[in-house]
Design a protein. Structure first.
Length: 276
């Protein structure tokens, strides 16, 4: 027998959903057999076992019980509960400090591909009795997966109530995650702006250094070209002067050669023999 002093273990989501399914299957079980079959068939026509469970919480008024035509219509009741919920949602994490992220020192890291779970962990999002991911699992549970959205909402409300919490718990978890993503985006934007400002100055400096380097090298190239052209000019000029001088020398000794080939070469290329 369980110890009454020990706190009762909270039921798991699967246990709660299983109890809900069993409750829905047991609707009308104490009525006569034919009436039970009729209600069961009607329940299947309206969307399955969970729709019959919805009858425990939502009263459906037949058309014949509605007020006759022409009767004074009552103004719809103001949804004060919805207003309170909207107000609570707006203030769920208002008092919490915004997450802060610092760009890593490694400039080669791919910050855009960081897993969301790692971002949430770095944002130090507190543990939640029911996270928004668990809320999604409740909505996708096979027990209610094929049901209309309003039935799913009722089932989730019942599950959360059994856990002693309300929908504001997973909503707050979603808001915290959104704030973490916004803060991470802000860090990336600031990181990009800082990189642009820092690198723009470096690019300008490198561009200036490159232009100065190119000017120096262009001057060196031009000096080399001038040197080459000057060397060629001197070679051509001397070649003309040499040929003139060789002709003079050849003419001076020509009368004394007596039929011998003139040994003075005129206009020959350097290295060629002097006799032809």
């Amino acid at each position: 027998m369980p110890d009454p002093k020990q706190p009762r273990r909270p039921k798991s989501t699967q246990e709660i959903l299983a109890e809900m399914e069993n409750m829905s299957k047991g609707v009308g079980s104490s009525a006569p057999e034919d009436a039970g079959e009729s209600r069961s068939a009607k329940g299947r026509q309206e969307g399955g076992a969970l729709k019959s469970l919805l009858g425990f919480f939502v009263k459906v008024v037949p058309d014949e019980e509605l007020e006759p035509e022409g009767a004074s219509a009552k103004p719809p009741a103001h949804n004060t509960a919805g207003d309170r919920t909207a107000s609570r949602v707006a203030d769920l994490v208002a008092g919490e400090a915004s997450p802060q992220f610092k760009a890593p020192a490694d400039a080669t890291a791919d910050l855009a591909s960081r897993p969301f779970e790692q971002i949430y962990k770095e944002a130090r999002i507190p543990d939640s009795p029911c996270t928004v991911d668990e809320l999604g699992k409740l909505l996708d549970n096979p027990t209610v997966a094929d049901q209309p959205l309003n039935v799913k909402v009722v089932a989730v409300h019942l599950t959360l109530s059994a856990k002693g919490i309300g929908p504001d718990v997973p909503i707050a978890d979603a808001v915290r995650r959104d704030r973490a993503l916004d803060a991470y985006q802000l860090m990336l934007d600031q990181h990009a702006a800082a990189a642009e400002q820092r690198n723009a100055a470096m690019i300008q400096q490198i561009t200036q250094e490159t232009e100065e380097f190119l000017k120096r090298k262009q001057a060196e190239i031009e000096a080399l070209r001038v040197e080459t052209a000057e060397a060629k000019r001197q070679s051509m000029d001397f070649s003309l002067r040499r040929e003139t001088e060789e002709k003079r020398l050849a003419n001076l000794i020509s009368p004394f050669l007596e039929g011998v080939v003139n040994p003075v070469t005129v206009g020959n290329k350097p290295g060629e023999g002097q006799s032809k």
